[in-house]
Design a protein around this ligand. Structure first.
Ligand SMILES: [Cu+2]
Length: 385
């Protein structure tokens, strides 16, 4: 741990939205905020993280999570507070990786790492937590992570932080890091990091690891959700461009492609909630990926699916049948499904055979998706107005 003077923005407290009005000082000689105990009245599966700014609480996340065999780590609820005195606003209901599809280039094997096996989370180690983390339930790591510059304007700058919850799915030889990041500006990032030992017998065979996600955004509550598809279009020789926004699936459940040229964005509104400027609040779902995974399986053809909420619909591979009856999805409780694909081309950095035994660990390869707030604030967060 380096000893250095702390910038103001780094004096964050791993904190609690208890009645406390004074912030604990940062630990001397540490780049970490002081880690305090969890709020005693919180349920054991809940963490609350404040992001103070100029000695007052500015934003905060309250996140509930769960973990289970064949499910790994998942989020069961998340609420955000946009400022001091503002109420908690619900953002997420369940956010879960419902399967991980792993097809190998020769056609076989084709693993479903969550629904085909009973994999558990790997016990967390002190080395997992880093300097600013703690272990919960022996398997979940909660950390405060500095994510760099949030905004900068000449001599002014705001360096942001995130509450990160992660755990490692022990998929036999393989490991998946399941990570959920809640940024101080309201952004949520989620994804899988693929690592550990390449499949025995297939160590040098290329494959993909497709994280298949069920994303239940319940902005300001479960009712009155609306999904639209936003596309960027260039108008050829006129040199103009436009962005068009259409109701997802014309208001009926279905699927859509992510088109890189169009910056395709799935926008998720609450139709009844506006910010101080009178604009509807929403979250933009944006993939952060290197390519698209397309396989023989029908569910892999599109990149986004939207269905009405149905507690019995839990399997990504069943999506083509879920949407076949064409239920309406506008201004109701909806669920979004999307994929975070990792393309794994084995290389020597993954490991090597030493006297006939494979030794090494594939360096973590990430693919994520981002939920970015739009008009959730009415002006720039953390800006010294
Ligand atoms: Cu792999």
């Amino acid at each position: 741990v380096k000893t250095r003077r702390l910038p103001l923005a780094a004096t964050l407290a791993l904190g609690l939205v208890a009645a406390a009005t004074t912030r604990p000082a940062a630990a001397a000689g540490s780049c970490c905020p002081t880690v305090t105990e969890r709020f005693p009245n919180s349920p054991s599966n809940e963490v609350i993280q404040e992001f103070p700014y100029e000695r007052k609480m500015h934003t905060a996340w309250k996140v509930q999570f769960a973990h289970a065999t064949a499910r790994g780590l998942y989020i069961t609820g998340a609420w955000f507070r946009t400022g001091p005195g503002k109420p908690w606003m619900k953002v997420l209901d369940e956010l879960r990786c419902v399967d991980i599809f792993v097809p190998y280039h020769p056609g076989n094997p084709r693993f479903y790492d969550l629904t085909q096996y009973n994999f558990n989370l790997e016990p967390a180690t002190p080395e997992d937590t880093g300097p600013c983390g703690e272990i919960i339930d022996g398997v979940v790591i909660k950390e405060l992570r500095h994510h760099g510059v949030t905004w900068k304007d000449d001599q002014r700058v705001y360096r942001g932080s995130s509450l990160v919850l992660w755990a490692t799915l022990d998929a036999a030889n393989y490991n998946y890091i399941m990570e959920y990041e809640f940024k101080d500006d309201g952004t949520i990032m989620f994804g899988l990091g693929a690592t550990a030992r390449n499949h025995p017998g297939d160590e040098l065979i290329a494959h993909t690891h497709d994280g298949l996600w069920r994303v239940d955004v319940d902005l300001n509550g479960s009712a009155n959700d609306r999904a639209t598809l936003v596309r960027h279009l260039e108008n050829g020789s006129s040199r103009t461009a436009e962005d068009v926004e259409d109701p997802f699936g014309s208001g009926v459940e279905g699927s859509a492609l992510w088109v890189a040229d169009e910056y395709t964005t799935l926008r998720l509104y609450d139709t009844q909630t506006t910010n101080a400027n009178g604009r509807l609040i929403s979250y933009d779902l944006m993939p952060l990926r290197y390519g698209n995974s397309r396989h023989e399986e029908d569910f892999s053809d599109p990149d986004f699916w939207v269905t009405p909420y149905d507690a019995t619909e839990r399997f990504y591979t069943e999506l083509p049948s879920y949407v076949s009856d064409g239920e309406p999805i506008d201004d109701t409780d909806i669920v979004v499904w999307t994929v975070t694909p990792v393309h794994h081309l084995p290389r020597d950095e993954d490991g090597t055979f030493i006297r006939g035994t494979w030794r090494g660990a594939a360096l973590v390869m990430w693919t994520k998706a981002m939920l970015k707030p739009r008009n959730l604030f009415s002006r720039t967060p953390f800006f010294p107005y």
